[in-house]
Design a protein around this ligand. Structure first.
Ligand code: NAD
Length: 338
């Protein structure tokens, strides 16, 4: 049924909706965006002009009157549950941006509601589709670095501070459910899980240096994976220029895999055959189409009954890892993720 198509509503027309729309145009080309929803009329109108869809300013109105079978929810985290359940209730297929919710309880309720319907439910986590990370795992499985010992991830996120503007919603803990680690940090936790396996327990520290941001603006987390290997993840908001860092590094008994960041990012393999390092692939290319790839995956699960790359239960793992970090900061002990 490769000629079938999926009518979709974009719910939330802010920052990430642009990346999703580009991904639909470039990669998920069987998706027709027929409705766009945002309670900011200007945002809804602008997105409608871009996509050619009908604009709505109210989710219930769109669900009642719009012509679509699937939704792509891109809202502040505390609205994920009400929006997702409203869509489940009227039989829509639901793609929901990470994190699943602003609390584990809310996420569990979403999972429960999603498990009771026949429609498709998937969490949008584009890092699942980073081809450089998949290639790194392939090299590891092929023994290219020997026995895997440890990994590290470095997430640096530049923030522009405007003290005259109202604080962004993600600065409120009640809305976001956490700081940098639940937000952009999720896209570093997922690749670490893809390469190293499931996280068993974590311990860490965090701090607050970004004005008005209630959640942490930096964290350092030690991770023990279920297979006995260890990892360390740095999440860091920077308000200034910063030097280059590795995005990821995986060390084994016979070599190392490195994914470097920036415009010239590379997936590099270092071992006995390649002591100065072999460039395996351009890491930027490995990520460029990942938003489109996740929407394409969702679309194919709906239209072709394929199996999604990562089921929603698995996709709670990044949020649970961040919440375990927060518990460990309070307790001073290692905390279980699951
Ligand atoms: N995967 C990624 O790389 C990535 C990057 C950024 C954000 N995100 C996620 O995407 C989601 C949205 O984040 P964003 O950065 O696009 O936020 P944003 O603030 O830029 O956009 C959110 C939009 O939702 C609209 N909105 C708020 N309340 C609404 C309501 N009740 N009804 C309809 N519309 C409403 C706002 O007007 C805004 O346009 C979050 O879950 C966030 O974590 C993911």
């Amino acid at each position: 049924m490769t000629d079938s198509r999926l009518k979709m509503a974009l719910i939330g027309c802010g920052g990430i909706a642009q990346a999703h729309w580009q991904g639909i145009q470039r990669v998920a080309t069987r998706v027709d965006v027929t409705a766009v929803v945002d309670n900011n009329p200007d945002a809804a109108k602008a997105m409608a002009e871009q996509t050619g869809a009908v604009a709505y300013t109210d989710i219930d109105d769109a669900l009642k009157n719009g012509d679509f079978d699937a939704v792509d929810i891109m809202l502040p985290h505390d609205l994920h549950e009400s929006a997702a359940t409203a869509c489940f209730d009227v039989g829509k297929h639901v793609l929901l941006e990470k994190p699943m919710a602003h609390s584990i309880e809310s996420a569990e309720r979403i999972l429960e509601a999603g498990s009771k319907v026949d429609t498709v439910f998937m969490i949008a986590e584009q890092a699942q589709y980073w081809t450089d990370v998949a290639k790194a795992r392939e090299l590891m499985d092929a023994g290219a670095i020997g026995e895997v010992i440890s990994a590290s991830g470095n997430f640096y996120d530049r923030v522009a501070i405007d003290l005259d503007a109202p604080p962004p919603w993600r600065y409120s803990l009640a809305v976001s459910g956490g700081g940098l680690t639940v937000d952009g940090g999720a896209h570093w936790i997922r690749p670490l899980r893809m390469m190293m396996g499931e996280v068993d327990e974590v311990i860490g520290v965090a701090g607050h240096h970004v004005p008005r941001m209630e959640g942490e603006s930096w964290s350092r987390m030690l991770m023990k994976f279920e297979n006995g290997t260890v990892g360390v993840l740095t999440c860091q908001n920077v308000m200034h220029a910063a030097g280059p860092t590795d995005m990821f590094r995986v060390t084994g008994t016979e070599g190392e895999i490195q994914i470097t960041g920036g415009r010239e990012g590379q997936l590099m393999l270092f071992n006995r055959d390649h002591p100065r390092g072999e460039s395996i692939m351009n890491a930027v290319e490995g990520k460029r189409d990942s938003y489109g790839a996740e929407i394409k995956d969702f679309c194919e699960v709906v239209l072709d009954s394929t199996t999604m790359a990562a089921p929603p239960e698995y996709s709670l793992g990044e949020f649970r890892t961040a919440q375990a970090l927060y518990r460990s900061i309070k307790s001073g002990h290692w905390e279980k993720v699951w």
